[in-house]
Design a protein around this ligand. Structure first.
Ligand SMILES: Cc1cc2nc3c(=O)[nH]c(=O)nc-3n(C[C@H](O)[C@H](O)[C@H](O)COP(=O)(O)O)c2cc1C
Length: 244
């Protein structure tokens, strides 16, 4: 399959065979992640491979994604990381207050996310399946403690990678007229109606976890409650004290 075909056939995999991912391939996965672009070449991330079965189980339970994290061939946690930069500055007795503001945090989140998608794309090109696990932020203090994360680091998400046993059907994305307008922002609420019908069909007819819902309804349900309210406190705790 060529790369484009692989990319548009992407679906998150939540059912893996128990086959390990060979060490050589794991090294390539990390190289793929590290080879993406990086803002000002800050390389502001750490990619922590979780091997300890007890830690995998703890993460599985914190993230409320039972079963498939410890079943995956390999599991990484992607951490936005400005700790290394702080140490370099501190070694030269420089002020680190600029590291504690929103822009560096955003830069590290962007760097980390791009690296993760680099790994995911390469993984899928090799016939592996992937699933991002934002659930690691459900109990972000506990996850950080488990990984012994220092100040100025934030665990963003996990990435479960392995050989797929089952794959879901591909979910159709938003129409390009909505997701990728030309020359200016454009969104007319009416544009979404047709897409909602398509997704309604998908959710009612898919093989597993069928639901009577639409894309808009999912959005409404998602924003009905504040998500992960401990995040602000966590960022302060990690030293991002200059975020207002
Ligand atoms: C940052 C991020 C976090 C995610 N966290 C989870 C998660 O905790 N559990 C899960 O089952 N899927 C998770 N997903 C997968 C999404 O649910 C999935 O990508 C989305 O529903 C689209 O489906 P598809 O990837 O199969 O096309 C996450 C995806 C992203 C990008």
């Amino acid at each position: 399959m060529d790369l484009f075909e692989t990319m548009i056939q992407h679906t998150s995999v939540r059912d893996f065979t128990q086959q390990d991912v060979p060490q050589e391939l794991k090294e390539q996965l990390v190289s793929a992640a590290q080879s993406v672009s990086s803002s000002n070449f800050l390389q502001a991330y750490s990619i922590i491979e979780i091997r300890d079965p007890k830690k995998l189980q703890a993460i599985e339970s914190f993230s409320r994604n039972p079963g498939f994290i410890s079943q995956a061939g390999v599991f990484y946690i992607f951490v936005a990381d400005l700790q290394r930069h702080a140490r370099i500055l501190q070694a030269q007795q420089k002020d680190i207050s600029h590291l504690k503001t929103m822009e560096p945090l955003l830069v590290s989140i962007i760097d980390t996310t791009l690296a993760a998608q680099g790994m995911a794309t390469f993984a899928e090109s090799q016939g592996l399946g992937i699933c991002f696990i934002g659930g690691v932020r459900n109990q972000i203090f506990e996850v950080s403690e488990l990984l012994e994360l220092p100040p100025l680091t934030v665990p963003l998400f996990g990435l479960a990678i392995g050989y797929p046993r089952n794959k879901n059907q591909v979910k159709q994305r938003l129409p390009k007229t909505i997701a990728a307008p030309i020359d200016r922002y454009h969104f007319d609420g009416m544009d979404i109606k047709e897409y909602d019908l398509t997704m309604e069909n998908y959710y009612t007819q898919r093989i597993s976890n069928q639901q009577q819902t639409s894309w808009s309804q999912k959005v409404i349900d998602f924003f009905a409650t504040a998500k992960r309210p401990q995040l602000n406190e966590f960022l302060k705790h990690q030293g991002f004290t200059e975020i207002k």
